[in-house]
Design a protein around this ligand. Structure first.
Ligand code: ADP
Ligand code: MG
Length: 283
């Protein structure tokens, strides 16, 4: 049976937009020592913007944006909206497949198009440019047509307001913070520094994220905060999986123990301290 104090504490939490799925999850939350954050859509998420379009010789920026937008129209990834904002009425794409943590591919104008990170797609001659954009903190995606690179997009994806404050509050509560991301190491490091995150792990596929969470759970009670479809396995592997945002995918919310209706990251330390007090009342 769930103690009455836990039930009333869960009730108080729900007023803050924190939906806890079970009394057991609430109690586990009170002993969290490690918090791992997904990056794209979790630590970031305030309207990512395409700010650089680089092309190979003979290809126009419009062409690159046009084929990229055609595929991204089929995606719910946070980066997709940035591409569509630059080319709102793309042509039809067919046979579109999204490869979680890597990118998306399909057929546009009879050509095979792929868009994704620099580990999945070789930027070839544009590699130095990709590195420069990444060092500048941008998320870089390669656009490929018929197995040849036609361009790169540099996407500025800022930290959510309050992210650094949330991280500092967790640290003040004795909690270690990590970032787990599929994005490249330079981009992740720049954002991690800005957020004040203790440990940044980049270039991880969804399976690597859940493996990392499993290892962390063996050493200390660990929460994972995520948003998108890609995070469902990591959320499920954590002692406490926290799904962020009412816009979070149904899959992520289903795999989570706790769902935040909003996106204010400061609610994470609030919820944990709340759960700690709940535990103390009971003992
Ligand atoms: P994160 O772990 O930071 O939340 P994801 O795992 O969702 O990021 O994606 C990792 C990387 O894969 C992105 O930084 C991007 O380069 C690439 N990627 C994934 N999905 C897409 C997409 N729909 N369009 C373009 N790039 C994508
Ligand atoms: Mg994400």
């Amino acid at each position: 049976a769930v103690p009455v104090t836990v039930i009333s504490a869960i009730g108080a939490a729900s007023k803050l937009g924190i939906v806890v799925k079970s009394g057991a999850a609430f109690e586990r939350m009170g002993s969290i020592r490690t918090v791992a954050f997904d990056k794209t859509g979790t630590l970031t998420g305030n309207a990512p913007t395409v700010i650089a379009v680089k092309t190979t010789p003979g290809v126009s920026s419009t062409e690159v944006l046009r084929v990229a937008a055609a595929l991204e129209a089929h995606s719910t990834h946070p980066l997709a909206s940035a591409v569509l904002a630059r080319h709102p009425h793309p042509p039809e794409a067919r046979e579109v497949t999204e490869d979680a943590g890597r990118g998306i591919s399909g057929t546009v104008d009879g050509a095979h198009v792929r868009i994704g990170n620099t580990r999945w797609l070789d930027a070839a001659d544009l590699t130095p440019t990709a590195q420069t954009l990444a060092n500048d903190g941008m998320t870089v995606v390669v656009v490929e047509r018929d197995a040849r690179v036609i361009g790169l997009l540099g996407i500025r994806d800022e930290l959510r307001p309050n992210a650094a404050e949330a991280v500092a509050s967790l640290q003040a509560a004795g909690i270690r913070t990590l970032m787990l991301t599929g994005d490249n190491a330079s981009t992740a490091a720049a954002l991690g520094r800005e957020a004040g995150i203790d440990d940044v792990r980049a270039e991880l596929l969804p399976i690597h994220k859940s493996e990392a969470i499993q290892t962390l759970c063996e050493h200390s009670r660990t929460a994972m905060i995520g948003d998108g479809i890609n995070d469902a396995p990591a959320l499920a592997a954590a002692d406490v999986g926290i799904a962020l945002g009412a816009t979070g995918s149904a899959v992520a919310v289903e795999s989570a123990d706790v769902a935040f209706t909003g996106t204010d990251l400061r609610l994470i330390p609030v919820a944990i301290l709340h759960a700690r007090r709940g535990r103390r009342i009971m003992t």
